[in-house]
Ligand binder design. Structure first.
Ligand code: ATP
Length: 278
């Protein structure tokens, strides 16, 4: 992917870099992004949101030791941005070198992934691929959320706080703060919401400016990812039908164009979940 205003080379590649190098590269790229001057209002907003999120993650890293922190990750765009910011913050704090004592893998990033009852193969593929790229110690659960988190806390007894990519316009996001204990009746941990005030358009501006690989479903008009039985391409992104005898249009790589425009062309927060039935 190339972007008009961002970096044309990918931020990460499919060949995993050593973890400290990965975090250093992400940090440098975000530094360059934050230092960019004479940018559009949209980019300036994202620069401001990025600074706030890095401060929140920095605060989390002051309050908790690495084995006490985890990230809720399902390959979606919002937790992807959160993950990139977390890796940047680890470098900034000099924590990208420390192996995580609660796992045998030399990584600083513990993650929990709760598989949908009807997962998209594309999502599964992206979770596996991104876990390799970012050296994630990811534990996967195929059960309802509450039971999955209860099991996760049993399996990782040191974890006290989990970074979550919820935004204000998501269901139940309206009144969240940066740090919130779970509601009563839920397994007890602190939820940390560094990207709570990012808008839909901010997320895509960041991903595209920094040239971060993302799940392929987003290029097919999916704007928020659930399972195969309740998630469709967003109807707001349907392409206008071509006249009956017009030649079929192809993407640059020669494949037929999807009937839907890519997710990053949507702008309105409140239209994001129009492709979700729940
Ligand atoms: P998208 O909206 O495009 O699917 P997303 O999955 O990142 O992106 P939401 O679906 O709004 O965002 O979910 C908010 C956050 O909740 C995620 O960023 C992630 O941190 C957490 N989350 C949601 N579903 C799961 C899941 N199945 N497993 C682990 N974490 C999850």
């Amino acid at each position: 992917m190339n972007t008009a205003s961002g970096f044309s080379d990918p931020l990460v590649t499919d060949t995993p870099l050593p973890f400290p190098e990965l975090c250093a590269r992400i940090h440098d790229r975000i530094r360059t992004f934050l230092d960019a001057k004479n940018v559009s209002d949209r980019i300036r907003n994202v620069q401001a949101q990025t600074r706030i999120s890095l401060d929140v993650i920095g605060e989390a890293l002051e309050q908790y030791r690495l084995p006490e922190l985890s990230l809720s990750y399902n390959g979606g765009k919002d937790c992807l941005v959160l993950l990139i910011l977390y890796l940047c913050a680890l470098h900034k704090k000099g924590l990208a070198q420390i192996p995580n004592p609660s796992s045998n893998i030399e990584t600083a990033v513990q993650c929990v992934y709760i598989q949908d009852a009807h997962p998209f193969p594309e999502v599964e593929e992206f979770v596996v691929r991104s876990s390799k790229i970012y050296s994630l110690a990811l534990l996967e659960y195929a059960k309802p959320m509450k039971a999955a988190f209860a099991d996760y806390l049993k399996d990782t007894p040191l974890v006290k706080a989990i970074l979550v990519g919820t935004r204000r316009t998501d269901p139940h996001g309206e009144h969240l703060k940066h740090f919130d204990p779970t509601d009563s009746g839920w397994p007890a941990f602190v939820r940390i919401h560094p990207v709570i005030d990012w808008h839909y358009v901010d997320i895509w501006t960041f991903i595209r400016f920094l040239n971060i690989p993302y799940c392929s479903l987003y290029d097919l008009g999916y704007t928020s990812l659930g399972g195969t039985t309740d998630t469709h391409p967003n109807p707001k992104l349907v392409r206008q039908p071509s006249p009956p005898h017009a030649p079929q249009t192809c993407d640059t790589n020669g494949t037929l164009k999807s009937k839907f425009r890519p997710a990053y062309e949507l702008v309105d927060d409140y239209e994001e979940r129009l492709g979700r039935d729940r």
